[in-house]
Structures are given as C-alpha cells and as structure tokens.
Design a protein around this ligand. Structure first.
Ligand SMILES: NC(=O)C1=CN([C@@H]2O[C@H](COP(=O)(O)OP(=O)(O)OC[C@H]3O[C@@H](n4cnc5c(N)ncnc54)[C@H](OP(=O)(O)O)[C@@H]3O)[C@@H](O)[C@H]2O)C=CC1
Ligand SMILES: Nc1nc(=O)c2c([nH]1)NC[C@@H]1CN(c3ccc(C(=O)N[C@@H](CCC(=O)O)C(=O)O)cc3)C=[N+]21
Ligand SMILES: [Mg+2]
Length: 283
C-alpha cells in the first residue's frame, strides 16, 4: 500500500480562505477585524522566518497583525511590561510570544503572564487545564491542526491506539490530551521510554514530535496506520525534514503528512482560527 498524503498546505489554505470571507462579513457589518500581536525577541533566524509567515497568514485572513520586535538584550521586566500592556489593550485579541526566548528570560513566567483569554498559542496553564478536563478553550495550535487533519481522513478515531512520541508542553502532551478527548487509547513516549519500536508498532495513529531527523523508522509503522510528522529539522543544505523515515513509512501507512507541507501550515491556520475565537467570533 502507498499512503494517501494529508496535504496540510492545501487544508490550511482552505481554512485561511474561509477566515478571509468571515473577516469580510465582519467589516461589512461595521466591526473591526480580529487583531493578533506577535512578539519576537532577538534575531533567531528560524523564529524570524516563522514570524514573517504568521504575518503573511494574517494578511491573507484579514487579521490585523501588530508586530513587536525587540532586541535580544530585552529584560524580563520589559517583556512582562509589554505583555501586561497587550493584555490591557482592547484593540488586541490575541498575543503570541515567539519561542524560544533568550536564556536570561524565564519563558514559563512570560507564558503565565499572558491573559488566558488572549493566549492564542494555548500554552497557559488555564488553557491546558481546560483541555485536560475535556472542556477546551483556546487549544494549542499544533495539536489542534493535527486533529483537523485527522478529521480530513474521514476515519473514525474512537478506540484507536495512538502513540505520541515526544512529551513537550507545546506539542506532545497537549496532542495526547486531544487524542484522549477523541476517545483514542493514548501512549505518550519520551526519552526514558523502553522499546520505542514496539510501542510504535502497535499504533493505529503515530505522532512524531521529537526534533530528530528520520528518528521514527519506516518499518516500525503498522500497515494501515495514520502517520503525523511534527518534526522540523533543518539540514545542512537548508532543506527541512521531519522526524519520520518518510519514504519507507509511506509504503505502509494509510495516510501520512509530508514535511514540509503537512503539520506546519496547519499550526499557522489554527493560530488564525484561535485569533478569531479570542476575538469572540464563532467559526
Ligand atoms: N510543525 C510545527 O508546527 C511544529 C514543529 N515543531 C517541531 O517539532 C519537534 C519537537 O518539538 P518540541 O515538542 O518543541 O520539542 P522538545 O525538544 O521540547 O521535546 C522533544 C520531546 O522528544 C522526546 N525525546 C527526545 N529524545 C527522545 C528519544 N530518544 N526517544 C523518545 N523521545 C525522545 C523528549 O523527551 P523528554 O521529555 O524525556 O525530554 C521530549 O519529550 C521539533 O523538530 C520542532 O521544531 C515544534 C512545534 C511546532
Ligand atoms: N509561541 C510560539 N508558538 C508556536 O507555535 C511556535 C513557537 N513559538 N516557536 C517555534 C515553533 C515551531 N512552529 C512552527 C510553525 C509553523 C511551521 C511551518 O509553517 N512549517 C512549514 C514550512 C517550514 C519552512 O520551510 O521552514 C512546513 O512545515 O511546511 C513550522 C514550525 C511554531 N512554533
Ligand atoms: Mg502554536
């Protein structure tokens, strides 16, 4: 079998087109468009690329993007003050502080300072707690985007065995919570997991979010499994590759996301959706 491709780029473009139509209706009704504040500290080249593409997505969606680009030397106090002013600003619906932050800044303290109602990343403990209690509010963008892709397959997820490789606060853990809410049986693997190949071999759904190129081998994939690759690993020649041995995995999987063009664009589309939700609109 050769897998069908889960085309995140195409699905994301469709979502953004629908949001653009919604913004058009809002503005025709005399309302202002949703507004997203994006905060970038320092000059990390990958972060600068991501922030640029988020601004392009805002432009396509009709969302107003408000950019704050601060030097790497910015103090924790100054960044906290900016977050507090964005929290208090009625013209700002969503706040995203691009990660990673410089080492002298406590990223957890910044995440905690963002008003949960404006936390379009869905990283605040309130929003994670709500997801854990099956009452999601603003949902983390990468897992949310993957759930949209799973819905695209048309497969019934109930009772499927899902394995999430990676347990970070921003991807692996919230993805496990999403899959649990969808009534999958979920196994979360991390760097202390014994016999990872055996775990993956049992999975109907595999999510790889490790950050190591080709880490999940194609021959671990159960025939017919759905395979979602979150990894973004930049190679020496500047191309990017995922965490899954794609060419082998695609011969076994029923559905698979490519890198690039899979999960990444869905993260950004989910961010645009969350900005609408934070602005008080239903999708
Ligand atoms: N496409 C997208 O939209 C996004 C892509 N990414 C990409 O996804 C990848 C993961 O990101 P992120 O979650 O932030 O990464 P982190 O580095 O925060 O987490 C990596 C996870 O992988 C686990 N891990 C590391 N080594 C192993 C191993 N040998 N066996 C099993 N598990 C292991 C770690 O385990 P432990 O917990 O024990 O340390 C950890 O839980 C990166 O490539 C990143 O660039 C990230 C965000 C969005
Ligand atoms: N506060 C915060 N929120 C985030 O959501 C966040 C963050 N910080 N820091 C970094 C990670 C990473 N991340 C990606 C988003 C989109 C792509 C993406 O669009 N990728 C494209 C192209 C990538 C390329 O060509 O470089 C693709 O996979 O096709 C990738 C990675 C969001 N993150
Ligand atoms: Mg996000």
């Amino acid at each position: 079998m050769s897998a069908r491709i889960l085309d995140g780029k195409a699905v994301a473009a469709r979502i953004i087109e629908q949001l653009a139509q919604q913004t058009e209706r809002l503005t025709q009704a005399g309302k202002r468009p949703p507004a997203l504040a994006v905060v970038l500290v320092g000059e990390d080249p990958a972060s600068a690329i991501y922030v640029r593409s988020k601004k392009q997505d805002c432009a396509k969606s009709g969302i107003r993007s408000i950019s704050h680009e601060l030097p790497a030397s910015t103090s924790q106090e100054a960044l906290l003050a900016l977050v507090h002013s964005l929290n208090a600003d009625p013209e700002v619906d969503g706040i995203l502080v691009q990660l990673p932050l410089p080492a002298h800044i406590d990223a957890d303290a910044i995440t905690a300072a963002i008003d949960p109602a404006k936390d379009v990343d869905g990283f605040h403990s309130y929003n994670i707690g709500r997801l854990a209690q099956k009452m999601p509010t603003l949902r983390p963008c990468t897992p949310k985007g993957m759930m949209t892709l799973l819905a695209e397959t048309g497969e019934n997820l109930v009772g499927k065995d899902a394995v999430v490789v990676g347990a970070s606060n921003i991807v692996g853990r919230p993805m496990a919570l999403e899959l649990l809410m969808a009534r999958c049986t979920v196994t979360i693997c991390h760097s202390a997991t014994h016999d990872l190949p055996a775990k993956v071999r049992g999975a109907d759904i595999v999510v790889a979010a490790v950050g190591r190129p080709q880490f999940v081998k194609g021959d671990w994939i159960k025939p017919g499994a759905i395979v979602l690759d979150v990894g973004i690993n930049r190679l020496d020649d500047d191309r990017i590759t995922g965490d899954i041995e794609y060419e082998v995995a695609r011969e076994r999987a029923s559905w698979i996301t490519p890198v690039p063009g899979g999960v990444g664009p869905m993260t950004r589309a989910s961010l645009m959706e969350n900005t609408f939700i934070a602005a008080g609109h239903t999708l």
